[in-house]
Design a protein around this ligand. Structure first.
Ligand code: NAP
Length: 268
């Protein structure tokens, strides 16, 4: 028995990877490929768009039309599209794996409220390596000296529209939690001009945008006389796609609620 998965945002950069990952994984089958109703790719074969050849799954514009034959949705699209799709999932009792980033606090709350009805996995980064690095960050943040300075540097391709990356924010939140700090109070997103000396306990963010960088994250723990760096580099978006598909097959057996990739990997 394979897990029937539908992909929303199926013609996007991540969507195409997800179509390939689901199609080539022996444990999963592609139950549907969705785009927004106005897309000029509606009706085309999802496999051809993904570059894996014809697979007989047309791109459709209406999630409701295929939801009854879908065990789980994987959504990497836009915050507003994900919210609308999550509502359809909640109405139909279908689990959803959310990869979209850039939600406002209000959108995040609307999304998680739907988890009272369905299992929902939300992660800013579905790569296995990155999620192991979150665990390492938690360990380091608890163990380093109290007066250590912490900075998060991230780099992504020129097309990325949100900053800092959802992954960088997740790293900062992980560190703040481990150090019993209020993330919103201690996160420092920009410096310019006469900034004064570094405030104790702040978690600084630096953003680099350009080229085709898939996703680099380095967290520096800087103390007097030594510096620890935890770095993760994604060289291919397929790492996120495989992780999201792994999350989808895991999620179908779960009770309603919000889960993350740490749960999927047994690291929580
Ligand atoms: P992208 O190439 O712009 O893809 C987004 C896709 O969603 C586009 O094909 C877009 O169509 C489509 N879309 C828009 N509205 C839709 C709707 N109502 N229903 C279905 N599809 C809709 O972006 P991407 O690089 O794939 O990234 C997508 C999201 O995933 C971003 O938020 C990104 O930050 C996030 N991401 C997360 C991870 C992770 O591991 N969590 C990894 C990579 C990326 P049009 O182009 O026609 O508007």
């Amino acid at each position: 028995m394979t897990t029937a998965i539908a992909i929303t945002g199926a013609c996007g950069r991540m969507g195409k990877m997800l179509v390939e990952s689901v199609h080539t994984n022996k444990a999963t089958s592609l139950a549907g490929a969705l785009e927004h109703p106005g897309s000029n790719l509606i009706g085309n074969d999802a496999g051809e768009i993904a570059g894996v050849g014809r697979i007989g799954v047309p791109v459709l514009g209406d999630l409701s039309s295929i939801i009854s034959r879908t065990e789980v949705i994987i959504d990497f699209s836009t915050p507003s599209a994900t919210l609308a799709n999550a509502q359809i999932c909640a109405d139909n009792g279908t689990p959803i794996v959310v990869g979209t980033t850039g939600f406002s606090d209000e959108e995040k709350q609307q999304l998680t409220e739907l988890s009272s009805k369905i299992p929902m996995c939300i992660a800013a980064n579905y790569s296995t390596g990155l999620n192991i690095s979150l665990k390492l960050l938690e360990l380091a943040a608890k163990a380093v000296d109290e007066d250590v300075d912490i900075e998060i540097v991230e780099a992504h391709h020129r097309h990325k529209v949100d900053a800092p990356s959802g992954t960088a924010l997740a790293m900062g939140e992980t560190i703040a939690k481990a150090r019993n700090l209020d993330f919103k109070e201690f996160a420092l997103f920009a410096r310019e001009g006469i900034t004064g000396a570094r405030r104790k306990d702040t978690i600084g963010f630096s953003t680099v945008r350009g080229g085709d960088v898939v996703g680099d994250h380095t967290v520096m723990f800087m103390a007097d006389g030594e510096r620890l760096e935890v770095t993760h580099k994604a060289s291919n978006r397929m790492a996120f796609a495989h992780g999201a598909v792994r999350a989808a097959t895991w999620l179908v057996k779960k009770e309603p609620g919000v889960y993350d990739m740490q749960d999927v990997l047994g690291l929580s």
